[in-house]
Ligand binder design. Structure first.
Ligand code: FMN
Length: 182
């Protein structure tokens, strides 16, 4: 089963964690990585929609890899969904291209795991913060895996980074059936 990894980071030159995780993804067989800012810069109108849609051919799992910025998706990832997940492709009449594929969201956060808890500052866990991704997945007939979050990632040291990379390696090497979070 092939995996497509869509990576987005608005400040690539400042990225430590997402950049390292992207390299892990690239090192795996049957994994195709597409970095939105590498392909299109910060131009939210520049997507090659046909190429992005074609990248899903024969793919069983789509991973979205990005940092949490203001408890949200990155601008390019949001724009990508707006344009690539078009009517007649992702939804609507004959729009079944994503049906049956698994969505796996992988994020890094600056805040602690405690912050992302009912008792924490935001009174919301990471699953709740990522509700728009879950809703989008289910709307287009994807299965939704439990999101994976790498907490307190800002300025991660070598040991922590190695742990994040190992966890992603395990996740991407495993079959898609486990880990369903919906
Ligand atoms: C503009 C901006 C907004 C951020 N907002 C959040 C946030 O809402 N929640 C959070 O946990 N971390 C937040 N962070 C921290 C980032 O999530 C963290 O630095 C990133 O995940 C680390 O990955 P990187 O090294 O690839 O940038 C923010 C960082 C920036 C630059």
């Amino acid at each position: 089963m092939k995996t497509l990894v869509i990576v987005s980071h608005p400040y690539p030159e400042q990225s430590l964690v997402i950049k390292a995780l992207q390299e892990t993804a690239k090192s795996l067989p049957n994994v195709q990585v597409r970095n939105l800012e590498t392909l299109y810069g910060h131009d939210t109108q520049a997507f090659n929609v046909a190429a992005e849609q074609r990248a899903h051919d024969g793919v069983g799992r789509v991973v979205y890899l990005f940092p949490i910025h203001w408890f949200n998706l990155t601008p390019m990832l949001k724009a990508y969904l707006n344009q690539v997940w078009g009517y007649g492709w992702a939804f609507g009449r004959d729009g079944n291209a994503l049906q049956g594929k698994q969505m796996q969201v992988v994020v890094s956060t600056g805040a602690t795991a405690h912050t992302y808890s009912a008792d924490g500052l935001i009174h919301s866990n990471i699953d709740e913060v990522l509700t728009p991704m879950k809703a989008s997945a289910l709307y287009v007939g994807m299965t939704y895996a439990k999101p994976v979050a790498f907490f307190e990632a800002m300025g991660a040291g070598a040991e922590k980074l190695a742990g994040f990379k190992a966890a992603l390696h395990t996740l991407l090497s495993a079959p898609t059936v486990q880990n369903t979070g919906s």
